[in-house]
Design a protein around this ligand. Sequence first.
Ligand code: GLN
Length: 390
Amino acid sequence: MPTLSSRTAGFTDSVIRRMTRISNQFGAVNLSQGFPDFDPPKAILDRLAEVTHEDFHQYSITWGAQNFREALAAKYEHFAGRAIDPNGEIVVTCGSTEAMMAAMMSVTNPGDKVIVFSPFYENYGADTILSGAEPIYVPLIPPAFTFDADVLEAAFRQHPKALILCNPSNPCGKVFTRPELEIIAELAKKYDTFVITDEVYEHILYQPHRHTYLATLPGMWERTIQCSSLSKTYSITGWRLGYVIAAPEIIETVKKVHDFLTVGAAAPLQEAAVTGLRFGDDYYTDLQREYTEKRDLFLRGLDAIGIPHTVPEGAYYILLDISEYGFASDLEFCELLAEKVGVGAVPGSSFFKEPENRYIRLHFAKKQKTLEDALSRLAGIRTEMPVRQR
Ligand code: GLN
């Protein structure tokens, strides 16, 4: 038997997606992998039904269908305040997962360093390793998940090729403030570094927090590779529609990587999703109101049970502090939680570089009924979960 590539030896399968399988095995309410259990907007689904009988069954243009890119450019200009060229500054990808990987492969050479804030969405570690790059982790310090500017500058002094910025942030729910983004931008310019952003939660925000597109800060358009997707904004995670927005010289390279990775995103789904990209402001206001109601319902429930937790400023994840249970392994805690309490969660350690074991992550992108069911199960956590003495 010949040996397999050593490329994947440095990481396991995704713990987030593994927890979905474990939740299903125990019939738990799955609040691990972040995806909604409610329907996407009806207008998008109605258009999808029509599209099945129209001529969208062959490849679209490899970097995205023309009308999709045009609708996306108009939406981007509306929210970010910058006019972009739909023909030269966008590549449509198979989810932001591909967008991030294509961005990493476009920017880094093997051996290059990449700054990653910790906690981080687990794909960034694997993306870095698959590209042959080396992560430099900079902690976001709880409870506010702020960074120390001196520690960040020390990381920049190691001459990284890029920094990865997830804003609003998965899993800690942080929305980076403009002053924080200005510090990152100044360092990126001073040390001549790219920034790869993951902005998939750009529309999931809680008052008074606002999203600032890093690329709109002075001097940042040229060095920011923006990745985002339609998954969270339009509740269509299974459609795998994402994109990269960047300056034309960068996009030329991203196009090549994307072309050979996947050829293109699904043509019929791009056509149907154009409907969503053309929604007016009301859609986004309603989305924020609905997510605020879900967040508040879930936080109230957790407070009534008495579980300490973070309060997200954006995105739809909450970190619960489980230190009172004294488990040495948060993965074991999550497995038992799925089995005994009937709620699926992700062990916090899969997001932290530091040896952090006191958090589990739940998400609340679910119907009110699902959240109430999860809360009533979690009410039994103290009787069902053992306390381990360390
Ligand atoms: N981003 C979501 C999460 O963190 C879904 C991850 C995935 O499986 N693509 O849970």
